[in-house]
Design a protein around this ligand. Structure first.
Ligand code: SF4
Length: 237
């Protein structure tokens, strides 16, 4: 009996496998086939505009799907230097499928016009507008963390496709989601933040949500200062 055969018997008696076999004499261990199963986030990260939009419109990945009327994907120029990010659709957005409509939308359009921008403008006067969440939380309640986590890959892909020079994020919830913080909006606004999106660093300026400004007129001046800061960032880029 050869040495290897004696070893095999001994290891077998101990209930152990054949790992003892000398390197070079054993058959090569099978190489695990590369997995072809992509995660949902990976699939979304590889989508173009058409596939992304259709994935959002048919998405049922989180509990917000059953109660929505329409998904709200985003509007504006897909190569804009400015990207505006809000929280989630309200009742009117849910009905029309467009972000920032109604009174808050009109205020936003006026604010944009004051810095030479329009949601239907062409570069360099264009913007792209999207929300963190594409479906309306019932009763405009705050979105749950798992709903945000579920929807986030869509926004990340929109940012990657637009490749904006600046993201103006509107409202506490959207700012906290995008910047990954629980800091107050008062402490986040008035300075330039940076996020990483698809390997690019993108400047982020935080300001108040237009719906908040409708109820708090005194903070419009602060919002104007935020817009001017954002404009300076884009002009310097
Ligand atoms: Fe899908 Fe986002 Fe709508 Fe949830 S909120 S169902 S993740 S599109």
């Amino acid at each position: 009996m050869t040495l290897d055969e004696r070893r095999a018997r001994l290891w077998s008696a101990m209930g152990l496998g054949p790992e003892w076999i000398q390197r070079g004499t054993a058959a090569p261990a099978p190489v695990a086939a590369p997995t072809t199963t992509m995660t949902r986030s990976q699939r979304i990260a590889g989508m173009g505009w058409d596939e992304l939009e259709s994935s959002v419109s048919s998405c049922t990945a989180c509990p917000l799907a059953p109660s929505r009327q329409r998904t709200v994907f985003g509007v504006g120029h897909r190569a804009a230097r400015w990207m505006l990010v809000g929280e989630a659709p309200g009742a009117e957005e849910d009905a029309r499928g467009e972000p920032f409509v109604g009174q808050a939308g009109r205020l936003l359009d006026n604010m944009l016009a004051a810095v030479g921008l329009a949601r239907d403008g062409n570069p360099p006067a264009s913007v792209y507008i999207a929300n963190v969440l594409k479906c309306r939380p019932p009763g405009n309640r705050n979105p749950a963390p798992e709903e945000v986590a579920c929807c986030e890959p869509f926004l990340q892909r929109q940012i990657a496709l637009v490749q904006p020079q600046l993201i103006l994020v509107m409202g506490r919830f959207a700012a906290q989601s995008l910047l990954g913080t629980d800091a107050s909006i008062a402490s986040l606004r008035g300075r330039v933040h940076t996020i990483e999106a698809a390997g690019r660093r993108v400047a982020v300026v935080v300001t108040y949500h237009p719906a908040y400004l409708l109820r708090n007129l005194a903070d419009k001046a602060k919002s104007w200062a935020d817009l001017c800061l954002a404009r300076d960032v884009v002009e310097r880029a």
